[in-house]
Design a protein around this ligand. Structure first.
Ligand code: NCD
Length: 305
């Protein structure tokens, strides 16, 4: 594996499991204060052309805690030569001469692929528009495994913006490598899952249900993955306003969930859940965010060490 650009490049569960197992070891080593300095002498470039809290900081923390070094940009659209019209292709080629790996987030679908085309070093897609976010998918799958003890035969509810939600696209792609999972896709018609993912699931013989009703599917859920309506992908603000509160998890809805269900959210959460959900032991989203550190350590170790 040279680059990590899309969840679709993982063709079998074993390739995912390898990263999950490495993350378990790194989490244990971190707890024991014995992390390896396996990135010593390696420089990671974090190129961010879109806002980020978790992804950028967890890649940075992962690299530093494994003895690596980090450089980069937070506001690439205005601060880099991209603002002068430089392409992602040229940016990738130039930075690949300076760093040992490139982590890149951009609002345009395919931006990371373009940077990777002739990059001499691994390129990691940290989110390209409404397309893919494969490292989030790995930490999501890791979280489900840690919380439920399995990755097969799960009833997985994904609710909210399934059209533009890149975490959803990447996570369902990885989960569909494991047999027996059934998805419940909950979205308004305007925000339903793109047909390419419907086709992928059919090709992999993974069953699913599409509905607009979150309430009705909660009782059977092993996992409920809430998502933010992706404001930045809408050209019409009034349309965003119409959908932003489409699904809201509160105490009344929680009462319909099974006792061992897992509540997930890639964060940031804005209009998707009441604060009272935080106190529920089934709320896994802060553990999910923390897991990003170990998954990103595992990824950097796999690609570089
Ligand atoms: C997600 C993203 O950027 O796609 N955030 C993240 O990386 N944790 C989800 C979102 O912004 O809604």
């Amino acid at each position: 594996m040279q680059h990590i650009l899309s969840s679709e490049q993982f063709r079998e569960a074993a390739a995912v499991d390898e990263i999950l197992n490495a993350a378990v070891e790194l989490a244990a080593a971190d707890a024991a204060g014995s992390l390896p300095a396996c990135l010593a002498g390696k420089l990671i470039a974090c190129l961010f052309f879109e806002p980020s809290t978790r992804t950028r900081l967890s890649f940075t923390a992962a690299a530093l805690k494994l003895g690596g070094q980090v450089m980069g940009m937070e506001h690439g659209t205005v601060s880099s030569s991209v603002s002068k019209g430089e392409t992602m292709y040229d940016t990738g080629r130039v930075v690949s001469g300076l760093a040992d790996a490139i982590v890149i987030r951009h609002a345009r679908e395919g931006a990371a692929d373009e940077a990777a085309r002739d990059s001499a070093v691994p390129v990691i897609n940290a989110g390209d528009g409404g397309n893919q976010h494969p490292t989030q998918a790995l930490l999501d799958v890791y979280t489900i495994w840690q919380e439920t003890g399995r990755l097969r035969d799960l009833h997985i509810v994904m609710a909210g913006d399934l059209l533009y939600g890149r975490t959803i696209h990447s996570t369902l792609t990885l989960l569909s490598l494991y047999a027996g999972n059934h998805f419940y896709f909950v979205a308004p018609k305007r925000l339903r899952l793109p047909d390419t993912y419907i086709a992928l699931l059919k090709q992999r013989n993974i069953t699913f249900t599409e509905t607009e009703d979150l309430r009705e599917v909660l009782p059977v859920a092993d996992v409920v993955y809430m998502t933010r309506v992706q404001q930045e992908r809408f050209t019409d603000v009034t349309e965003y306003e119409r959908y932003k509160g489409a699904y809201f998890l509160d105490a009344a809805l929680l009462a319909r969930l099974g006792p061992r269900a897992v509540i997930m959210h890639a964060l940031p959460r804005v209009h998707e859940m009441a604060l009272e959900v935080d106190a529920d032991p089934r709320a896994a989203y802060f553990r999910q965010a923390k897991n990003g550190l170990y998954i990103r350590m595992a990824i950097l170790q796999l690609l570089l060490a």
